[in-house]
Design a protein. Structure first.
Length: 342
């Protein structure tokens, strides 16, 4: 085991909400260590849709998950957060007032005054389709997310699914792919109407194919696909040539060790108040997709708001008895000095 790392706050999760928490806490001179199970910052933005555009971040008409992560890392940089990647917090213990002890599966130990859980919905894992032998192709020909669009350039791509992810990647990858086929069990989709319309326009123009049915088998050798067997809605059997399969059947959320930390839970989400976004344990906060409260919207911008209010209460725990003076970054020379823009 390593020596115990002592800090003001430990943030669990390096997604957008966790990264913005570093900024909000930093403005109040609160030092942070950030722990994430992934090998890099960005959370779901980096893991599931790094190149997919996001349209509802204030003042940014369009920004990819990767670019948003880069911007948030740059914003947090003045406060010198310490990151610990490829680590999962396995135990969290409250030892006294404003005194928490955490350990990770990698043997790290932390002692801090407040804990911020910004772990998205927990640990997300893709739902695998019930296709015999699919495991043998994973990583080479079967992909549950798109990390690099260029890796699919010139390939015969088969996408399976009818939700937003399936339709978004159909429209985004079609210009890069040698050929592209979308398969869904019925000719109705759960995706945004605009995405569905764009897909149908591509089909009508002969730029891709849409087939109604289900994949029942795969063909190929040594992890390299050559085709898929599809059973049509009418019972017919056809073969579709492909060397890349993208099944989008949704994600399964696993709360993981968080479920064992004595927090009040509601349907696998952490219940919080709406004044401080504090859990049932004083000093432990939950922000972003992992929390729940009346009127909750699972939006990144909502998580940013939650981080700002969380930081105000965290200051009171870390600096008991000290007066908290609210300041604006636009007019406070003190804050501007911290940001290096004085």
């Amino acid at each position: 085991m390593s020596d115990v790392i002592t800090t003001d706050a430990v943030i669990i999760g390096a997604g957008p909400c966790g990264l913005f928490s570093v900024f909000e806490l930093g403005l109040l001179d609160i030092k942070c260590h950030v722990i994430d199970i992934l090998d890099r910052p960005g959370g779901q933005c980096a893991e599931l849709y790094p190149e997919k555009p996001i349209y509802d971040i204030p003042a940014l008409v369009s920004v990819s998950g990767a670019e948003l992560t880069t911007r948030l890392m740059e914003q947090a940089k003045p406060f010198h957060p310490q990151f610990h990647f490829n680590q999962m917090v396995t135990a969290l213990e409250k030892r006294g007032e404003n005194d928490f002890y955490l350990t990770t599966d990698g043997g790290l130990q932390f002692n801090c005054k407040v804990v911020v859980i910004a772990a998205g919905g927990g640990s997300f894992q893709p739902k695998k389709p019930p296709i015999p032998g699919i495991d043998a192709y994973e990583g080479q020909s079967v992909f549950y997310s798109v990390k690099k669009m260029e890796a699919l350039r010139g390939r015969d791509v088969l996408i399976v699914g009818g939700g937003d992810s399936a339709l978004d990647w159909t429209n985004n990858l079609q210009p890069l792919a040698k050929s592209l086929t979308l398969i869904h069990r019925r000719d109705e989709f759960r995706a945004a109407p605009d995405s569905v319309n764009k897909m149908r326009e591509l089909v009508a123009a002969g730029h891709m194919q849409l087939k109604i049915g289900q994949v029942t088998g795969l063909k190929g050798e040594a992890g390299v696909l050559s085709g898929a067997t599809v059973k049509g809605a009418d019972g017919s059997i056809i073969d579709v040539a492909c060397n890349a399969l993208l099944p989008f059947f949704g994600l399964t959320m696993k709360l993981g060790p968080v479920a064992n930390w004595g927090l009040n839970l509601n349907e696998n989400l952490v219940a919080v108040d709406t004044a401080k976004f504090e859990t049932s344990v004083p000093g432990i906060f939950a922000i972003g997709d992992i929390n729940t409260y009346p009127g909750k919207l699972k939006l990144i911008l909502s998580g940013f708001h939650e981080a700002a209010l969380m930081a105000q209460q965290a200051f009171r725990y870390i600096n008991p008895g000290e007066r908290l003076v609210f300041q604006y970054t636009t007019s406070s020379t003190n804050l501007q000095k911290k940001l290096g823009v004085e």
